[in-house]
Structures are given as C-alpha cells and as structure tokens.
Design a protein around this ligand. Structure first.
Ligand code: SF4
Length: 334
C-alpha cells in the first residue's frame, strides 16, 4: 500500500480532526508522483497488487484533471506484473458526476466519511463557519449511488454514537449503504478525544465498544442487507486461523506500507491548488521519504538479508504479542 497525500488542505473543519495545515492549499507536484512510482516499480519490491490511497486533507479539492494525469503516468510506468488500484478517502462533499466518471473509468475504490444520521454527523463534521456538512456529504453519497459507483463508508464513533447502534444501522439501510467501517474517535495530534476520559457510572470504553459491535453486527445480519462490516469481517479470519500462523498487519510489516510524509506548509516545492507549479521537485517531506527509499534501494542487495531478519523478527513479535493476548483487530484502519 502506498498512501499519498496530494494536499493537506481540507474544505471542511471537523471538530475532532488532528491533521495539521488544513488551510494550506499547496498540492504535490506531478513530477514527485512520477518519481515516487518510478522508484517503487524499479525497486523490485513492489507486490503484485499495489493499493494507492489518496488521502488527507480532502483529496477531492485537487481537480479531477490532476488525477487523470497522475493515474495515466503511473499506468505508463507500471510493470505488467504489477496491478495498481487507486482509492480515495473523502468527506464526500465535492462528489459530482465528473468525479463519478473518474471513479468508474479507473475502477477507483471510494470511502466516504459520514458519521451516521444528521444529529450525529453534524455534531463534529462542520464547515469552517460551524455549519453541519451532512446534506453535502449525503448528496455526494447519493451521487455515487445514482452513477453506480461502489463505495464504503467510514463512521467515527463518539461516545454518543456508541450508544446508538440501531439508529446508525437504520440510517445506513435507509441510504442503501452496505459496506461499513468504524473508527474510534482517537486522541491524536492536537485533538483530545473525550472517549478516553474517565466515565464515572458508565461502561469502560472497551466494554462499550464491544457492546456496540455485538448489537450492530447482530442487527446487520438480521437485516440481510449489509455486505461488509470491517471490524467484524476483517477480524474473523485473524481470530479463526490455523495454529502457528501469524495474523498479518501491513502497518507493522517491513516495507508493506509506504507513506511519504508531506512537509508542514513548505511552499517551496509544492504548488497551490489551481496555480502553476513553482518547483518541479515536490514537497520536502516527500523528498525525504524518497531519499530514504532510494537509499534503501541502493543498498538493496546487501540489505536483503537484513530484510529477511526483520521479517523473522516481526513474526516473532507478532507471535509473542499473540501469546500475550495483544493480537487484536486494529480499529484505526484508513
Ligand atoms: S474531512 Fe477529514 S481532513 Fe477534513 S477536517 Fe474532517 S477529518 Fe479532517
């Protein structure tokens, strides 16, 4: 998996967002995208299917034409033995027919962030002037459905929504949403989640979350209309697996996930939304990521043994963690 941050800018302002530089309208240069993928393909370490996630701030503030150019360039460089699948995680407010055409033409995976019915969604997912974004996000979802674009949703669970599994399910069913992922509202960056605060007289978070998932899963199965609940469907094969086989987690496997970082607000080598490129080189953080990657590639032959040792150590760690009961589904996801 390769996570690419085309811009840090976001057109809305969720109260629980922890991402920095959401006012910064600079966009990664096409030349940086090209260089990143040419090096990935040349490294020989690319797996047969690479998922490219365009994510964070809001990827749809960058024009459709940017992605057409980037996708075409990546496609031209792609070795025949490697399949590249693109996906977006979006707040959905900018989805229109033009975006749907791109999604269909390139078979793009689409994840829309929506926190459930209006009263839950609008508590946290707001515009910069403090208004709720529910109507615009729902319009985006309806546009996807009208154009036949498959999608899933990610809902951030707050203390309120953990107490409302039935209301959440009713909402998904009423909007034809059948692929669902949940994220727990986390404390990260500048954001402090009240989910982890002491809850006198109330259930502990872990028990609260388990009760929510249990109820949601039972009701979803009873409805017969939900195809996928990530927190259940990805956990089951990890729980019910042959003895001695470690559960995979690409977030902890060496080199399974590449996430070149974008520098905080460095305008020298990014370009603004809608403006001409300033420098062709891409953002500084991405360049640092590339330098790291290039250094690794140059030392590839000598480091193969190191990599194999890392993989062995990783498996040891996973098995050790499993033996200590720490091997549980990752609730964060993308
Ligand atoms: S849509 Fe995502 S990036 Fe934008 S403010 Fe909300 S959580 Fe942050």
């Amino acid at each position: 998996m390769v996570v690419v941050q085309p811009t840090t800018f976001c057109n809305i302002n969720c109260t629980y967002c922890y991402l920095p530089d959401r006012d910064n309208k600079h966009v990664i240069a096409q030349s940086t995208v090209t260089r990143l993928f040419s090096e990935i393909f040349a490294s020989g370490w690319a797996c047969p299917e690479i998922t490219v996630v365009w994510h964070a701030g809001e990827p749809l503030v960058v024009p459709v034409s940017f992605y057409r150019e980037a996708f075409a360039a990546i496609e031209l460089m792609r070795p025949q033995s490697v399949i590249v699948k693109h996906s977006f995680q979006t707040n959905g407010t900018l989805i229109d027919a033009q975006w749907c055409r791109l999604f269909l033409e390139w078979n793009v995976g689409v994840g829309v962030s929506i926190d459930g019915p209006r009263e839950l969604h609008d508590r946290h997912r707001k515009t910069r002037s403090g208004k709720g974004t529910f109507d615009k996000t729902l319009a985006g979802i309806r546009c996807l459905r009208a154009n036949g674009v498959p999608f899933h949703v990610i809902s951030v669970l707050s203390r309120d929504s953990l107490a409302m599994p039935d209301e959440l399910l009713d909402f998904y069913l009423s909007e034809g949403i059948d692929q669902i992922c949940f994220n727990i509202e986390e404390s990260e960056g500048d954001h402090v989640s009240d989910l982890f605060a002491p809850n006198p007289g109330g259930p502990e978070l872990q028990a609260h979350y388990a009760a929510f998932l249990r109820r949601f899963w039972h009701q979803a199965r009873a409805s017969g209309r939900v195809k996928f609940v990530r927190e259940i469907d990805l956990a089951l094969p990890r729980v019910f697996r042959p003895d001695g086989i470690a559960a995979r987690n690409i977030q902890t496997e060496p080199l399974a996930m590449l996430k070149p970082a974008v520098a905080r607000g460095d305008p020298s080598d990014m370009r603004r939304v809608g403006a001409a490129p300033r420098h062709p080189g891409g953002c500084a953080g991405m360049q640092r990521g590339l330098r790291l990657f290039l250094g690794l590639r140059r030392r590839r032959a000598g480091q193969q043994a190191v990599r194999e040792r890392l993989v062995r150590q990783h498996h040891d760690v996973v098995l050790h963690a499993h033996a200590n009961g720490a091997d549980r589904p990752d609730s964060r996801g993308l």
